[in-house]
Design a binder for this molecule. Structure first.
Ligand code: NB4
Ligand code: NI
Length: 185
């Protein structure tokens, strides 16, 4: 089971590396890693289990964060209570095929499980993306995402490219807004 002890923190060079493409057929090791990454997100969103295992809540986890420099990430965007998840997938070799000119940022800013401090500021993201990825069976998927799921996926793909959320924050004025940027509550 993945816990916070398995998650590497800023300063570790793996977080600044470009991760390697995953090749098919998947090894048993990579399949297990994918399942464990999704299980971490499920556990972290379960208040009892999060408390028991001292997990910080997460809606995404990228393989480099567990020191595996692979282009793979788990995403779990929950729905309303008792409703199915809005987006729950392990993304292998994800690629953004196109993105909107329209930008968006979370009004609260972003946090990262690999960053043990608050870094205030807006993180501009594309509001809409067209995403391609492969699932654990090697099946190709293409989907359009917008708003919250699109923001989460962009944060995760950044990890595969050695980018951390605060790289995008305006250094002079972290909460500077531009009229081409939506804010998401
Ligand atoms: C990834 C996110 C940071 C901004 C927005 C948010 C949380 C993360 C990092 C975009 C992607 C993890 C991966 C949350 C959270 C809302 C949903 C459901 C019930 C609690 C949970 C809390 F935990 N970010 N943390 N940060 N990362 N929303 N929510 N809630 O997930 O570093 O690279 O359980
Ligand atoms: Ni992160």
């Amino acid at each position: 089971m993945i816990t916070m002890d398995d998650i590497i923190r800023e300063g570790n060079p793996t977080l600044r590396a470009r991760a390697q493409k995953v090749t098919f057929p998947l090894t048993a090791e990579i399949k297990t890693l994918a399942q464990e990454m999704m299980e971490f997100l499920e556990n972290s969103q379960n208040p009892e289990l999060a408390e028991k295992y001292k997990l910080r809540a997460g809606v995404g986890l990228a393989a480099p964060q567990v020191d595996k420099s692979l282009r793979m990430t788990a995403v779990l965007v929950p729905g309303e209570e008792g409703q199915p998840a809005i987006f729950k997938h392990v993304l292998i070799n994800p690629t953004i095929l196109s993105e909107s000119v329209q930008m968006i940022a979370l009004s609260e800013g972003e946090g990262c499980l690999s960053v043990d401090r608050e870094v205030p500021g807006y993180v501009p993201r594309h509001d809409k993306i067209k995403l391609r990825w492969y699932d654990l069976d090697g099946q190709e998927h293409i989907e359009r995402l917008k708003d919250y799921p699109a923001i989460v996926v962009q944060h995760e793909i950044d990890h595969l490219n050695g980018i951390l959320f605060y790289d995008h924050i305006n250094k002079d004025n972290p909460f500077a807004t531009t009229d081409d940027m939506l804010l998401l509550e």
